[in-house]
Design a protein around this ligand. Structure first.
Ligand code: HEM
Length: 425
């Protein structure tokens, strides 16, 4: 996916995590400890962020011009607002208008533009754009549109257009699903390096849906931290403190093989299946567990991210290696052993997840977890992995899958066209 520079304001928008985080840490720690900058810098050295972690809020991704929708293979941004919608009209023309208007609006939003006037000249009219992203820049916004299984029914005359592998997910051993966090007829995944830019995009797109009378909001999650790595990105950490995304899909040939749909009618090719799970973490329980046990849960070291059979993060795990007493170094119930492609007939999925928090629950406990988003060319691949993880993953003691949804993400439209236009022609 090509990146375009938006003229004006690039310098003002450019921050490096190093300058931001080290600057803050040095000031705060230095002041607290009465230490000079050198001491504070030394204290922070072990956790220094990598040089390549640059947030340039003037960066824009193109909506048109690539075969695939942005937000899958494009570099993962720092924030997400993910929302699903229920169709509220039985008229398929309303769905058609919605997809057309969403496409036009998303193309503008991804360039950092408004979807219409914020302050219309006629004083008694309502603004088309809500305005809260004015001057924030495009912030690498991508909005990815998904179509749920219920769209492809006789009610909309679309039963015969259903993508071959689109269906509800089967019930999985880990399911503790809450109905109000489950399903949806449409999904919008808005990712950006500024959370307000992502929020604004979804808010204005939801307004368009309501204005047409086509769809209403169903459930949403605001993710505040990247929890997967793509090509060239440093590996971030999930809320359990572990590096997440070390062995994620990064190579173009893996995308070709495992992520993009390559069969079926032309409007489906270069699409993908999006599976989303809202996974709650029992954080206080986790925090009382000793670190050797935490390492055994994942099969990796907490600080370095190295597999328990290696020294460095990217060392290949050795799933056969045993200690002097014959015990497997990466235990039989370790998350990475159960999920690794070596132990699943070569199966791989793209993870594009985010840390989320809903604040505090009614017991005063941290209400937080992982918004697990993955892409694959067959949702059965997710089901196969989750069936295995749900049955024996040591991580299950500390998590609960409370939300779930599945969507087909069509390819990007050509300029002048809109998403899934061929459904209606
Ligand atoms: C809260 C839930 C989860 C947490 C905290 C978590 C965390 C992690 C961590 C720390 C790693 C090791 C680093 C890496 O290679 O990325 C990992 C690997 C992986 N996870 Fe998860 N994960 C979660 C849920 C899931 C789910 C639901 C799936 C799929 C059904 C999954 C699939 C994988 C895969 C395929 C790998 C790579 C294994 C390898 O090749 O070594 N994870 N996960």
């Amino acid at each position: 996916m090509s990146k375009a520079e938006i003229p004006g304001g690039a310098a003002a928008h450019q921050l490096t995590r190093r300058s931001l985080l080290l600057g803050t840490a040095t000031g705060t720690l230095g002041a607290m400890l009465g230490a000079g900058p050198a001491t504070a810098a030394a204290l922070g050295a072990a956790g220094a962020p990598p040089d390549n972690e640059i947030v340039d809020l003037s960066t824009a991704h193109a909506f048109y011009g690539s075969a695939e929708q942005a937000g899958i293979m494009t570099p993962q941004q720092r924030y997400v607002l993910y929302m699903t919608f229920d169709l509220t009209s039985n008229d398929r023309a309303d769905l058609q208008v919605l997809l057309a208007r969403w496409s036009a609006a998303i193309a503008l939003l991804m360039q950092g533009r408004t979807v219409g006037q914020v302050e219309p000249t006629r004083a008694n009219s309502v603004g088309a754009d809500t305005g809260e992203a004015l001057s924030l820049g495009p912030a690498s916004l991508t909005v990815t549109v998904g179509l749920g299984p219920n769209i492809f029914t006789d009610a909309y005359g679309l039963a015969d257009k259903r993508p071959a592998r689109l269906r509800d997910l089967k019930q999985l051993p880990s399911d503790s699903l809450q109905p109000d966090l489950t399903g949806g007829d449409l999904s919008l995944q808005a990712c950006a390096d500024d959370p307000q830019v992502a929020y604004h995009a979804i808010r204005d797109l939801a307004r368009i849906a309501k204005d047409i009378g086509a769809a209403s909001t169903r459930w949403a999650v605001l993710g505040f931290g990247r929890a997967s790595a793509g090509k060239g990105q440093s590996t971030p950490r999930n809320l359990l403190g572990y590096r997440d995304g070390t062995r994620n899909i990064k190579a173009a040939e893996d995308f070709d093989h495992h992520v993009w749909v390559k069969d079926g009618p032309a409007w489906q090719r270069h699409g993908s299946y999006q599976v989303v799970r809202k996974i709650q973490m029992h954080i206080e329980n986790w925090d009382t567990d000793r670190v050797s046990d935490q390492n055994a849960v994942f099969g990796r070291h907490k600080e370095s991210g190295a597999p328990l059979t290696g020294q460095k993060e990217f060392d290949t795990p050795d799933f056969h290696k045993r200690d002097s007493e014959g015990q497997l170094l990466i235990p039989a119930t370790a998350h990475i052993r159960l999920a690794a492609h070596e132990n699943n007939g070569g199966l791989k999925i793209l993870r594009r997840s985010y840390n989320y928090t809903d604040g505090i629950n009614r017991y005063g406990l941290l209400d937080a977890g992982l918004l697990f988003i993955c892409y694959q060319n067959d949702p059965a691949h997710f089901e196969a992995l989750q069936t295995k993880l749900g049955a024996s993953d040591a991580l299950n003691e500390y998590i609960a899958h409370i939300g779930s949804a599945i969507f087909f993400v069509p390819p990007a439209p050509r300029p002048g066209h809109y998403i899934a236009e061929q459904l209606f022609t």
